[in-house]
Write a protein that binds this ligand. Structure first.
Ligand code: DAK
Length: 258
């Protein structure tokens, strides 16, 4: 299906989604958010897709929510529309692994969107920031919560209060980003990582996603209990038997996603 603001491409079992509003540095407008949710939900329901990669252009992953679309709105407009609230919840509810591959600007809602993915890979040119304070607003799609959990209170406060940008090296040191690659290698390396994940048992990968995501949602005690119960539940799968038998028989596992 053709989209106005996205380009999608299938690479084996990976769906690559590219944000595509070059005229606005991929700023997130209502159309883009709607199309993104549609594509993600379709991918979640499509058994041929095992991993999703979300990326932008070399210049920008996304420079934030679309300021031109928001500028004239008042409190009642954004409150009644619940601006991007439903979309953010829908993205957070996607059950398959999502990798954000970030080059260039990754600001405001763009940074929040990247944090809605399961992990972030960055190119050396990536710049992360929550500069909403410069516009007289604050982050609204999870920035104050998720950035604080990822990089700690001190750096999160620094980013939100000064509006400064953080480069890829600092983002990796701080734990926002898992790995950094040269810009020209980012997509190829990301697709290799996606392929590695796609070769795992899908059921186990989805259990991992739910369990790790829990770390941000709950207290440590609740999270540990949830993780332990999911660990126990994994022993109900055929893939656990296959994975452990393959290890003991010194062969590669053949997972059935069951
Ligand atoms: N919105 C709309 N257009 C944007 C844009 C944005 N966020 N960012 C860039 N553009 C447009 C520029 O206006 C320009 O368009 P023309 O003037 O050519 O028509 C074009 O993209 C190229 O940008 P520049 O000419 O500015 O390019 P530079 O390389 O000089 O500068 C820049 C790049 C990224 C430093 C600069 O564009 C910039 O500062 N952009 C704004 C960054 C920003 O403030 N982002 C945060 C936006 S607020 C919520 C959910 C989400 C949010 C809030 C609530 N709820 C669920 C409640 C999120 C809020 C935000 O993200």
């Amino acid at each position: 299906m053709a989209h106005e603001t996205l380009i999608t491409q299938t690479e084996g079992a990976t769906l690559l989604i590219r944000l595509n509003r070059p005229e606005a540095l991929n700023a997130l407008n209502a159309t883009l958010m709607r199309e993104l949710v549609e594509v993600l939900q379709a991918a979640d329901a499509d058994s041929a897709v095992r991993v999703i990669v979300l990326t932008g252009s070399e210049k920008a992953f996304a420079a934030g929510a679309d300021i031109k679309e928001m500028a004239a709105k008042g409190f009642a407009d954004v409150f009644f529309d619940n601006l991007f609230g439903a979309e953010a919840q829908a993205i957070a509810a996607i059950r398959k692994p999502i990798i954000a591959a970030v080059s260039g600007y990754c600001l405001g809602g763009g940074c929040e969107l990247a944090m809605l993915a399961d992990f972030i890979l960055a190119s050396e040119t990536a710049k992360f920031g929550q500069p909403e304070i410069n516009l007289g607003i604050v982050a609204g799609m999870g920035g104050t919560q998720r950035l604080s959990r990822r990089v700690g209170k001190s750096k999160s406060m620094d980013m939100h209060l000064t509006g400064r940008f953080m480069d890829a090296a600092e983002a990796e040191r701080a734990g926002l980003v898992s790995r950094v690659f040269p810009a020209e290698a980012l997509i190829a390396e990301t697709l290799k990582i996606a392929e590695t994940i796609a070769a795992k048992s899908m059921v186990t990968a989805m259990i991992v996603k739910e369990s790790v995501a829990r770390a941000e949602e709950t207290s440590l005690a609740e999270g540990l209990l949830f993780e332990r119960r999911m660990f126990h539940a994994a022993f109900a799968t055929a893939d656990q038997k296959e994975g452990m038998n393959a290890f003991m028989e010194k062969r590669r596992p053949k997972f059935q996603d069951r």
